[in-house]
Design a protein around this ligand. Structure first.
Ligand SMILES: [Zn+2]
Length: 82
């Protein structure tokens, strides 16, 4: 099964992570997701995938294909650093 657990567990408190892991293992998925969602909402980070159309254009020109770059997802940035 595919879950977001590895992603969330990197920045939630260990106690919450342990409890959530237990919930996931005991198949109380809903409870775990509510708890992790609460913790995750404290992290100031864009919750959608961002990209820069100018960089996409440059990538296609240079490499023949476009790929997602980490710099577009940096919190607090409203413009591409490139
Ligand atoms: Zn750019």
């Amino acid at each position: 099964a595919h879950t977001l657990f590895p992603l969330y567990s990197s920045f939630v408190h260990p106690d919450i992570t342990e409890h959530a892991k237990h919930d996931l293992l005991t198949d109380c998925r809903h409870s775990a997701e509510v708890q992790l969602g609460k913790a995750a909402s404290k992290v100031k980070s864009p919750h959608y995938l961002r990209y820069c159309p100018l960089c996409i254009g440059a990538q296609v020109k240079q490499y023949g294909e476009a790929f997602w770059a980490r710099r577009w997802q940096l919190p607090g940035l409203s413009v591409c650093a490139e």
